[in-house]
Design a protein around this ligand. Structure first.
Ligand SMILES: *[C@@H]1O[C@H](CO)[C@@H](O)[C@H](O)[C@H]1NC(C)=O
Ligand SMILES: *[C@@H]1O[C@H](CO)[C@@H](O)[C@H](O)[C@H]1NC(C)=O
Ligand SMILES: *[C@@H]1O[C@H](CO)[C@@H](O)[C@H](O)[C@H]1NC(C)=O
Ligand SMILES: *[C@@H]1O[C@H](CO)[C@@H](O)[C@H](O)[C@H]1NC(C)=O
Ligand SMILES: *[C@@H]1O[C@H](CO)[C@@H](O)[C@H](O)[C@H]1NC(C)=O
Length: 585
């Protein structure tokens, strides 16, 4: 399996190198020399640009960086190529907002210019608010010797709530690989937000690896400027490969409210989350566990799986290199993630941009204590208008109903299903239990089941030549005598263009359909579809590039292709307004 994957990857790589002028791979991003510094005008026709997701007017973006709230203003920084729609020339671009919905672009905050610090790259990092309320940024620089080091940046003017200008007063990195510390200088990046212990000492983790072991290297400091590496990492896991963008934070037990990591040391009412972004497979997985300030180690809950294939993920579709922050204004944790394109590099260059940010999401611990809920922040609802509702509608076997009077290319849909005869659930083959994505690949929208597939067809063309479907399918596990709810996003018919990645995504959702109704929320924004099941117990982001189902020619349907009926107890759909994203980078 892994070997075939590797072979395919190598083959693709060779094709890329031949076709697209790739010269090097940096931190696993291919560099297309020929596509940098293009001064092209963007095509007018942009059916795939989003209306309420964050994206700059043009060019490549990747990881969100240093999100925070300062003096009531939300800040989002992100990895940006000022010179093209492919990765390269990365700077920290910056935008601010008062509501997480409408944004203003600000000048670039951090550029790679200092030989000792970052001349070969200003890569990802995080913001920390110090005890006195001052924000600082730690980020990875690539120095003139091509070593990954960690640097610090400060705002120039603390009275400016927009934090327009940043300075790098130190001439040296604050953390660097040395012979003594044995850190691999090519695998040392993405400092986390810092947290303060009861001993008044700051802690930060940096992503790394030792052979195949993913590692969150721990550093400590009294003043946030002088740091020393702690011998033992905060945590590590064998077989993971490189850990990018590690994040470590507390979540409250029994509440959606969150706590500041620096204030959690005496709080018995919290558990901790460690999230890592797996460079090898491009997924963000997390564990929930406990943390001891005495030993400075994190221990995942018994039974939690530590890999990106069967472990818990923030999202089971396209979502990578995420960063979250504690929003003290609203006592919540807010999460940002990067959503990559599924189109070809040539198409990205043609349309003049690549990458969007997922909607900001709120994160809280489920009452089971075993997993998170991750849902769009409530502010997104401000964009809803003209609701359309449908109640108590039975979807007979093999039925399709059109949801009218919604701008289906730019919409928010909530749907609650019930009325399931669970005695009719299909028995699951035990070999599928650990492979939900493959099960979604195998049993897509058009493979008839008993209870399901039922759900939504979005970004659909009038004649259904194109659609992306998001659906449930309910199984019975005879070993545990419990139902299993599969959630899928099927992209196989999402576009007539065959040059895009149409892989299906899927996961099991930890809900018991005997006890609870099945909730699905899907937000559709031209080329991105974000779906949430059971109030964010699972989510899937998909990209779609329809050729027919664009703008007013996009339609929305609810469907049932199971042999049993299912009832929509309520469906609400809203057309979505456009977010105001203004200003110049
Ligand atoms: C700092 O920011 C404040 C608020 O925007 C502004 O009034 C002041 O002129 C700035 N100071 C400097 C030195 O730029
Ligand atoms: C250091 O990391 C790089 C990049 O992943 C890898 O190619 C190299 O083998 C590593 N070196 C050692 C000594 O582990
Ligand atoms: C972890 O779970 C396993 C099986 O559920 C159990 O046998 C073991 O005792 C548990 N270990 C701890 C430390 O609780
Ligand atoms: C970006 O998308 C391409 C095509 O679907 C995929 O092969 C690649 O792994 C993705 N990268 C990330 C970081 O998600
Ligand atoms: C939906 O739109 C149609 C035609 O535009 C109109 O006749 C109908 O009254 C609308 N229905 C609702 C519920 O608004």
């Amino acid at each position: 399996m892994v070997v075939t994957y590797l072979k395919q990857f190598l083959l693709l790589l060779v094709i890329f190198i031949v076709l697209c002028d790739v010269e090097v791979i940096k931190a696993s991003h291919p560099v297309y020399k020929g596509y940098q510094s293009l001064e092209t005008t963007l095509p007018k026709n942009q059916p795939y640009r989003t209306a309420f997701h964050f994206q700059p007017p043009r060019n490549w973006i990747n990881d969100p960086n240093g999100p925070m709230v300062y003096k009531g203003i939300y800040h989002l920084f992100y990895q940006y190529n000022p010179k093209g729609a492919v990765w390269g020339n990365i700077v920290w671009a910056h935008a601010t907002s008062s509501d997480l919905v409408n944004w203003e672009h600000r000048p670039v905050a951090i550029s790679p210019i200092e030989p000792n610090l970052d001349v070969s790259g200003a890569w990802s990092g995080s913001a920390t608010i110090l005890q006195d309320g001052k924000p600082v940024i730690l980020y990875t620089g690539v120095n003139s010797q091509n070593q990954q080091v960690q640097n610090i940046a400060f705002p120039k003017n603390l009275s400016d709530p927009y934090l327009i200008e940043w300075t790098k007063p130190l001439q040296k990195p604050i953390m660097a690989p040395t012979i003594q510390n044995q850190i691999n200088s090519s695998s040392f990046r993405d400092p986390s937000t810092g947290w303060l212990g009861p001993d008044n000492v700051w802690r930060v983790v940096v992503g790394s690896k030792i052979r195949r072991r993913g590692v969150a290297i721990l550093y400590k400091s009294r003043d946030f400027v002088h740091w020393s590496k702690v011998k033992k990492p905060l945590h590590s896991a064998q077989g993971n490969g490189m850990w990018e963008c590690p994040a470590f934070y507390p979540v409250s037990i029994g509440s959606r409210d969150s706590v500041d990591t620096s204030k959690s040391s005496h709080d018995l009412n919290v558990k901790y989350v460690l999230k890592v972004s797996l460079d090898d497979i491009k997924h963000d997985y997390y564990t929930v566990g406990s943390y001891s300030y005495h030993t400075d180690t994190y221990t995942p809950n018994n039974g939690s799986i530590e890999n990106g294939f069967s472990g818990l993920r923030y999202d089971y579709g396209k979502f990578y290199a995420s960063k979250s922050f504690y929003d003290g204004e609203k006592n919540r944790r807010v999460l940002w993630g990067w959503v990559n394109e599924s189109s070809s590099v040539n198409d990205d260059v043609k349309k003049g941009w690549s990458g969007v940010m997922a909607l900001p999401r709120r994160v809280w611990l489920d009452k089971s204590g075993k997993q998170l809920h991750i849902c769009p922040v409530q502010e997104i609802k401000k964009l809803r208008r003209d609701p359309v509702t449908l109640t108590n509608h039975v979807l007979q076997p093999t039925s399709l109903i059109q949801i009218n009077n919604v701008t289906a290319a730019q919409a928010d849909v909530e749907i609650t299903f019930d009325g399931l005869d669970l005695s009719k659930a299909e028995i699951i083959d035990p070999s599928w239990i650990s492979k939900p994505q493959m099960l979604c690949q195998e049993k897509g929208t058009s493979v008839r089941g008993s209870l399901g597939p039922f759900g939504l067809k979005v970004l659909a063309s009038k004649g259904l030549e194109e659609y992306t479907s998001v659906f449930f399918r309910i199984f019975k596990n005879v070993q545990t005598n419990q139902n299993m709810v599969l959630m899928c996003s099927d992209q196989s018919r999402s576009s007539l263009d065959n040059d895009v990645d149409k892989s299906n995504y899927g996961t099991f959702v930890d809900v018991d359909p005997i006890q609870e109704k099945l909730l699905l929320r899907t937000l559709i924004d031209h080329s991105i579809v974000e779906s949430f099941a059971a109030e964010g117990k699972a989510s899937i982001i998909a990209r779609a590039y329809p050729q027919l189902a664009i703008h007013r020619a996009a339609y929305l349907y609810a469907f049932n292709y199971g042999s049993q009926s299912v009832r929509i107890s309520k469906l609400s759909a809203w057309s979505m307004k456009r977010a105001q994203i203004t200003g110049k980078l």
